[in-house]
Design a protein around this ligand. Structure first.
Ligand SMILES: C[S@@+](CC[C@H](N)C(=O)[O-])C[C@H]1O[C@@H](n2cnc3c(N)ncnc32)[C@H](O)[C@@H]1O
Length: 314
């Protein structure tokens, strides 16, 4: 019997998503119940976004789609191990970049599988999809015409790609401290197509940016803060990179154990306070609980909540 994508996904309207889910369920049937529950809670708008993401991810994956689906299984396993540590000790396992570099970033094989899995969480974890929608529908949509865009740590490239294909954007730049990440972003953008506008991707450590650097209208910092040893220093640095009316988009997960997460925030309000304390005023903040849970459950049981914050220098 061949694997069906699910009665929850309309195969005629969402063929990319249906094809992706067929591959995922064939490779890892154990994830089916969780994922079906996730799709059962998705709105019509969510399905439109999921179809678009599935199309982009299938393009990026090419013949490696099966391997990438295995990467999702890998990420679930390693996150579960960290979750057990977090429940026992009430903190993340690692505290220094040196440890994360030695155990995670420096292990090419491990990192490859981890990055593969992260690509699919954009679809499978509703909080990740919600952050993507908030970024695109609120942050980018309200950017001024001809905006200069910088993303730090663009990783999978799905956010930077939105700015790149936005006809209202001016310059589009991406900075990352990791050569491998820059390569991953470049490959993804090349495969998805750059529509005439070329992004500038630069190997650049945020902490080492000179004071006289160019300033930006839009600055994206998605799922980076929790990886840092000095998050406060990073936020202050980000502020210095904005034009006076520029806007920062931060996406940071709360109570979110992972092998390379160092900075533990215990409530979404703590995330907002951290941004404010670095000299920003908050334009808007929205919080999204982990997949298949309500906000009440997430707060009560200290489960992951993604905090998305749009802020301006004050
Ligand atoms: C988990 S990835 C984020 C991927 C993507 N933005 C997302 O939303 O999923 C974190 C990225 O931040 C980069 N990064 C970490 N510390 C950095 C620093 N000090 N300067 C620039 N990039 C940094 C890492 O190399 C990595 O590519």
């Amino acid at each position: 019997m061949s694997t069906t994508a699910s009665s929850l996904i309309d195969e005629q309207r969402f063929p990319q998503l249906a094809a992706l889910m067929r591959t995922q369920y064939e490779r890892t049937p154990a994830h089916r119940a969780f994922l079906e529950s996730r799709f059962s809670r998705a709105s019509a708008e969510d399905f439109a976004t999921l179809e678009e993401l599935a199309s982009q991810i299938r393009q990026i994956a090419g013949p490696r789609l099966g391997e990438i689906c295995d990467g999702y299984d890998f990420i679930c396993k390693i996150v579960r191990e960290e979750e057990i540590f977090f429940r026992r000790h009430g903190r993340y396992r690692l505290t220094t970049f040196e440890e994360a570099n030695r155990l995670v970033y420096g292990n090419t094989e491990y990192m490859g599988r981890y990055m593969d899995g992260l690509l699919l969480t954009q679809i499978y974890w509703s909080n990740h999809t919600a952050c993507y929608q908030f970024y695109r529908n609120v942050f980018l949509r309200q950017a001024p015409a001809g905006y200069d865009y910088l993303e730090i740590g663009p990783g999978h490239g799905l956010l930077l790609y939105q700015a790149l294909k936005d006809e209202r954007s001016g310059s589009v730049k991406g900075w990352d401290v990791s050569k491998a990440s820059i390569g991953q972003t470049w490959d993804a953008l090349t495969i998805m197509g750059m529509s005439g506008k070329k992004p500038e991707l630069v190997l650049q450590d945020l902490y080492a940016v000179p004071d006289d650097s160019a300033k930006f209208d839009c600055l994206t910092f998605s799922e980076v803060l929790e990886h840092l040893e000095d998050p406060k220093g990073a936020l202050v640095k980000l502020r210095s990179l904005l034009k006076p009316a520029g806007r920062l988009f931060v996406n940071v997960p709360i109570n979110s154990p992972a092998p390379d997460h160092l900075y533990l925030l215990r409530s979404p309000e703590d995330a907002v306070d951290a941004v404010r304390a670095a000299g920003f005023e908050i334009e808007r903040a929205e919080f999204f609980p982990m997949t298949n849970h309500t906000m009440e459950q997430a707060r009560k049981h200290k489960l992951t909540i993604s905090a998305c914050i749009i802020a301006r220098p004050n």
